[in-house]
Design a protein around this ligand. Structure first.
Ligand code: SF4
Length: 326
């Protein structure tokens, strides 16, 4: 069974704040207001493109703070989404931790919402404050408990390299998230977008973003930490879009179209290097067994792992896939 998300972007709707790093219209590529009719059309059109017999699809409201919308608007969107059961298997949405309470949970349960993803971003209250998040980590703890106790699956979204953070604080956030045991997480390195407070901080020399490779190395550690605890990492890095990538929208920071693949390549690099060191290999050919869909990650984005082992150990890295060396 193939799994699909039917993404419905509601940029900045329901947001009481302008978080320092956020420009959802640029991130989502959506610049129009969304109505229930638009939602209905988007879901219908998406379902026409997939084989519903042999796949499952979840409707996913992203890009704003869904539960910060007026109650009637939330209900109108959820009613429309509910019309598509059983052709869709669930409804997921993203929101802020301070916009979860008993009334909100009752509404989400009434309309069979299956997953709520909270924008955690950091567990450090000073970092949250510096980035104008308008909530504390205690709000995350409280909201996470309410969601889990209701039987709705919990997701967390975190950022790497926020203004005021550093790799140690980012890894502390990982530990604090693990303690709350979400079902899934998304990891986003901070990218400086046009027309944000972060752009001003950057221009004033007060904020220095991570480089792509520093962010990828850190994201590799974060990915491994979550996976070691059985937490599903469902996204690493921003989705690319024409709007996001159009001229001047990305000011600076670790944006890479294939950031997730870069990170997974580094995971394989670490495993292979451990093997090379333990077997004291050099000046040889190394045949690394992997499945077909792992080949590009083992070899690395733009052959980066192959080149790395060649130059560092004079080792020719090859993949063993069903008896064939690549
Ligand atoms: S709450 Fe989320 S969508 Fe709203 S401004 Fe902050 S980051 Fe952006």
């Amino acid at each position: 069974m193939r799994k699909y998300n039917i993404p419905i972007f509601i940029p900045h709707r329901g947001c009481p704040h302008d978080c320092a790093f956020c420009n959802q219209r640029k991130i989502t590529g959506v610049d129009t207001d969304i109505t229930p009719k638009v939602v209905e059309n988007q879901i219908s059109e998406f379902l026409k493109t997939i084989d519903t017999e042999n796949s499952t699809a979840e409707i996913a409201f992203f890009g704003g703070s869904f539960t910060g919308l007026e109650l009637e608007t939330q209900e109108a969107f959820l009613k429309v989404a509910g019309m598509f059961f059983p052709n869709v298997s669930g409804i997921r949405l993203s929101t802020r931790p301070d916009y979860i309470n008993d009334d909100v949970i009752a509404l989400l349960k009434k309309y069979n919402v299956t997953t709520v993803e909270l924008g955690v971003q950091s567990s450090d209250d000073l970092v949250l404050q510096l980035n104008s998040r308008g909530h504390t980590f205690d709000d995350v703890i409280r909201a996470s408990k309410l969601i889990k106790d209701s039987g709705i699956a919990l997701g967390h979204q975190m950022m790497l390299g926020m203004y005021g953070s550093n790799p140690q604080k980012d890894m502390k956030t990982v530990d604090d998230i693990i303690a709350l045991a979400p079902a899934c997480v998304r990891i986003y390195p901070v990218v400086i977008l046009k027309d944000t407070a972060l752009e001003d901080l950057y221009n004033d020399g007060k904020y220095i973003p991570y480089s792509i490779m520093d962010a990828a190395e850190l994201a590799k550690d974060v990915l491994c930490a979550f996976e070691n605890k059985g937490i599903d990492v469902i996204r690493i890095g921003l989705h690319s879009s024409d709007e996001l990538e159009s001229d001047g929208n990305i000011i600076s920071g670790p944006y890479h179209q294939a950031f997730g693949e870069l990170v997974e390549s580094l995971v394989f690099r670490e495993k292979i290097e451990a093997e090379i060191k333990s077997r004291r290999l050099c000046n040889c050919e190394l045949l690394y067994p992997c499945s077909k869909n792992q080949v590009s990650k083992v070899i690395g984005h733009k052959k980066m792992n192959k080149d790395y082992f060649k130059s560092k150990y004079n080792i020719e890295l090859k993949c063993f896939n069903k008896g064939e060396a690549k």
